[in-house]
Design a protein around this ligand. Structure first.
Ligand SMILES: Cc1cc2nc3c(=O)[nH]c(=O)nc-3n(C[C@H](O)[C@H](O)[C@H](O)COP(=O)(O)OP(=O)(O)OC[C@H]3O[C@@H](n4cnc5c(N)ncnc54)[C@H](O)[C@@H]3O)c2cc1C
Length: 415
């Protein structure tokens, strides 16, 4: 069968693109080797981050570098083979991380973030997924007076961009989460207009189901080869071959595997994270996700239990799991909450798809007609999936596009 558009990758990004296209009268096939929302969009911290107006630059200050180098941190770790493999992308990442460059990047990034909750809301309402969403924000916990003060200044600035917050002292924090032990903390920022999802994979699945209800097609196939000829696109998978006029690559951290054979080589690199769930009891019940700002991990109430998610580990995609970072995080987390019974025997691991300039690639490919890229959303792909879906639909259907897409074009790395 011939489709108007094939979208490869049914994470939050690809599913949202397929949804928008199908809703706007395209005949879409969404392809993934697994069920929708089974990879990175399964294992994240489940935050729809309206407050995420800042990016994650490479550490450039000497004190920061000295802190990261011994490779014992809870927020960031690295493995040498990954440094060697991605050294060019990392060098670019370093260059893009000067204060002046970050300022410009963040002003472009913010044009996406400002629409994240409203774009999710459209899809949540259409999919009837409201029961997965909590809209009373999340808590950014601080252990040091210095980072707490900096965060307060930054939060006041963020008000200009529609980001709402409250500053909480320890007493107010305790009142919000009475089961938690906040010994060693000095206070928190309560981000008010960010949302929490109780099962990230289920939200992607709800969007995918709604896409099917609109007559969209989903197939569980592993894409092996992509070919363009005079007829259009031919997508060869482990099970079948599919044909379309237009093609979108939204395969998250695997996107380069699919586009390299077509002659593209974008500096995409993975940043791994781990999670493990712990059974909820009367003693550890929490109502908000809590991010330990100074140690870089999240504890969030999920359907499966309390999900502990780590910061980033710079490693290659297929490297074996290394639980060192998670083990250190768990020791800290267990001081905050009694976490006795792990739900899974082995922790989950997945990779954030990152670009050196901290912005996703959203736009047409330059060497082929009717080919679009949408990947590299790094730490906020779950937040930005629906916004990306809207933008890709507008581009493909030649409509006016909500934001200027020049800062996100694939061609920005051509030179
Ligand atoms: C620990 C952790 C915590 C995070 N927390 C948050 C958070 O709170 N909020 C937030 O906004 N973001 C968060 N993120 C980031 C977010 O999860 C990612 O940016 C986002 O999920 C990326 O979505 P995606 O659709 O691009 O990729 P994915 O969800 O990885 O989807 C890509 C899909 O492509 C498919 N695929 C790949 N190759 C092929 C092939 N050859 N054939 C067929 N299918 C293929 C895969 O099977 C996969 O389903 C977190 C990430 C991690 C790791």
């Amino acid at each position: 069968m011939r489709y108007e558009v094939i979208v490869i990758g049914a994470g939050m990004v690809g599913t949202s693109i397929a949804w928008h296209l199908q809703k706007n009268n395209s005949n879409v096939l969404l392809l993934d080797k697994k069920l929708p929302g089974s990879e990175t969009s399964y294992g994240n911290a489940g935050l729809i981050q309206r407050e995420a107006i800042h990016t994650h630059p490479f550490p450039r200050q000497l004190t920061e570098m000295i802190r990261v180098l011994p490779n014992q941190g809870t927020d960031i770790r690295y493995r040498i083979p990954a440094i060697l493999r991605y050294h060019q992308a990392l060098l670019q990442y370093w260059k893009y991380s000067t204060p002046a460059s970050v300022k410009k990047i963040e002003s472009e990034w913010q044009t996406l973030i400002e629409h994240c909750t409203s774009e999710h809301q459209t899809m949540i309402s259409a999919s009837g997924a409201d029961e997965l969403i909590t809209r009373d924000g999340w808590l950014q916990l601080h252990r040091s007076e210095e980072t707490f003060k900096e965060a307060q200044v930054s939060a006041i600035d963020a008000r200009n961009q529609g980001v709402e917050h409250n500053v909480l002292n320890l007493e107010q924090l305790k009142a919000m989460e009475p089961r938690a032990n906040f010994e060693g903390f000095v206070g928190a920022i309560h981000w008010l207009n960010s949302w929490q999802v109780s099962n990230p994979s289920s939200l992607v699945k709800a969007y995918a189901k709604n896409f099917q209800d609109m007559q969209g097609t989903i197939k569980e196939n592993d894409v092996k080869e992509i070919v363009q000829d005079a007829e259009g696109w031919k997508v060869i998978t482990d099970k079948d071959t599919y044909y379309s006029d237009k093609l979108v690559i939204a395969a998250g951290p695997w996107s380069n595997d699919l586009i390299k054979p077509l002659g593209y080589n974008l500096p995409l690199f993975p940043m791994r994270g781990y999670h493990q769930h712990f059974k909820v009891t009367e003693k550890n019940t929490i109502h908000h996700s809590m991010f330990d700002m100074d140690k870089g991990f999240v504890m969030g109430p999920m359907q499966q239990g309390i999900r502990i998610t780590t910061g980033a580990e710079m490693t290659t995609m297929n490297a074996p799991k290394n639980f060192g970072q998670l083990q250190t995080v768990l020791k800290l987390a267990k001081k905050i909450l009694p976490l006795e019974d792990a739900v899974e025997s082995e922790a989950w691991a997945g990779s954030r798809p990152c670009m050196p300039d901290m912005k996703p690639v959203i736009g047409p490919a330059d060497k082929h007609d009717k080919l679009w890229f949408a990947f590299g959303h790094s730490h906020q792909g779950f937040t930005l999936g629906p916004m990306t879906g809207r933008l890709v639909e507008e581009m493909i259907h030649d409509k006016p596009v909500l934001v200027d897409l020049a800062p996100f074009s694939a061609q920005r790395f051509s030179n």
